[in-house]
Design a protein around this ligand. Structure first.
Ligand code: ASP
Ligand code: MG
Length: 416
């Protein structure tokens, strides 16, 4: 069996959903499990809903109306006949979502988040699965809440591998094709959970691992993994092959083509991961597997926008020692924040993190309780793997340099 993953951009409107059917027609007779994320920017829209709903603010109704309209517009185009079952299925989901948002939020913000945001994938999979069936590509719709079992770490849930394995083996049978939501699962009480933003790749990898898939394919709007995001860097080139290890490194530094957690499960079972273009499905794309680091070996550029550079100092000019650092990291850990780069001086320590409208103000407050805190927001972090002088210069010339770090394989710079 193969596992395919289609992200938001590949199903953003009716034409792109039609294109999914076209891509699948290149694989006649193959057993495929199709993992789908929410349509276009639906997850962002639902995040806004949660923010308002959880904090009892106005405007939830209007936002839900927009989400409703965007989905209905797509199904009207894909299924002109009113009596098609999908109209009813989608209506039920939209109503469930609306009812949730008329009720009481959970005490825990992240739990409310998972309850609401999971509807993006439920809606998209109903539409994609129905469309594929109507276009002759027979498949069964699966509910990931009954397939991917996680802990109760809402919004960043961790997979219970053995339980998930049992559920998957009981549900997914040979000779069939399936459509399932990425990004979502459920806890032991069947409360919906999510695996972290952009988590659908990870779902594909979890399912690929559990099923011992022949390969996992992530379908993208780019030809594969390039040595830089073409929207950000000029003259990028396609990487034909990347080792698992190098792919993990690239993802760690923020190469957005692959979700960081995706590689590890596949590497464990030596399952190849392909990143291919849904616009040109005949092209080879990028193959990630055991082997040489990169082919061709080129410097790889990664830019992370919307970074916050926080400098934490002791109040009494004492050296920053392990005791302080462990306090600081405890705060980061508590709010699920990953440090993208850190550097110490005698009395201060700097941390570069992703800006998050929900958690960044909270952690700045927390740190200020014990330390002197200064920060620059809206800075950029550039990382270059396999750098050379020319590659370093390229990123150095992007603005005023606030911090630099260099190791054998990686050069990083924060500019403003
Ligand atoms: N829809 C989710 C998100 O946008 C998951 C994904 O796209 O992979 O974060
Ligand atoms: Mg998405």
């Amino acid at each position: 069996m193969k596992v395919f993953k289609f992200g938001g951009a590949s199903i953003k409107d009716a034409d792109s959903v039609r294109n999914v059917a076209n891509v699948l027609n290149h694989y006649p007779g193959e057993e495929i499990l199709i993992v789908v994320s929410a349509m276009g920017k639906t997850t962002n829209a639902l995040e806004k809903v949660v923010q308002l709903f959880h904090h009892g603010k106005e405007g939830v109704g209007e936002l839900l109306q927009e989400i409703r309209e965007s989905h209905l517009a797509i199904i009207r185009e894909l299924f002109p006949a009113d009596e098609h079952r999908v109209h009813n299925d989608v209506e039920i989901l939209l109503m469930q979502l609306e009812i949730i948002c008329q009720g009481q939020p959970e005490d825990n913000f992240n739990k409310t988040y998972d309850k609401v945001v999971s509807y993006g994938e439920l809606l998209s999979t109903k539409i994609v699965s129905s469309y594929l069936n109507s276009s002759g590509y027979q498949n069964k719709w699966l509910d990931a809440r009954r397939l991917i079992r996680t802990d109760q770490n809402y919004r960043f849930a961790r997979v219970d591998w053995s339980f998930t394995e049992r559920l998957v083996k009981d549900t997914i049978l040979p000779g069939n094709r399936y459509v399932v939501q990425g990004f979502i699962g459920s806890d032991d009480d069947l409360n919906p959970t999510t695996l972290g933003r952009e988590g659908s790749d990870y779902t594909a990898s979890v399912l690929g691992y559990v099923l011992g898939a022949e390969e996992v394919v992530i379908w993208k709007d780019v030809p594969g993994v390039l040595n830089g995001d073409p929207k950000v860097f000029e003259n990028t080139a396609l990487l034909n092959q990347i080792s698992y290890r190098e792919a993990i490194e690239l993802a760690y530094y923020g190469a957005s083509v692959i979700h960081p957690k995706t590689i590890q499960p596949l590497q464990k079972k030596n399952i190849p991961l392909r990143v291919k273009s849904f616009v040109k499905p005949d092209e080879q794309g990028t193959l990630i597997r055991e082997g040489s680091d990169l082919e061709p070996l080129l410097p790889c550029f990664i830019k992370k926008d919307q970074q916050v550079l926080i400098t934490v100092s002791t109040r009494d000019l004492a050296f920053i020692v392990e005791e302080h650092l462990s306090k600081i990291y405890k705060v980061f850990h508590q709010y699920g924040i990953r440090v993208n780069l850190s550097q110490n001086t005698a009395v201060s320590s700097s941390f570069c993190i992703n800006y998050d409208p929900i958690t960044t103000p909270v952690i700045l407050d927390e740190l200020q309780k014990d330390f002197e805190v200064a920060y620059n927001d809206d800075v950029r972090l550039y990382s270059v793997r396999h750098y050379d002088d020319a590659a370093r210069e390229r990123v150095q010339n992007t603005g005023a340099i606030l911090l630099e770090q260099i190791s054998r394989n990686t050069y990083q710079v924060i500019t403003q």
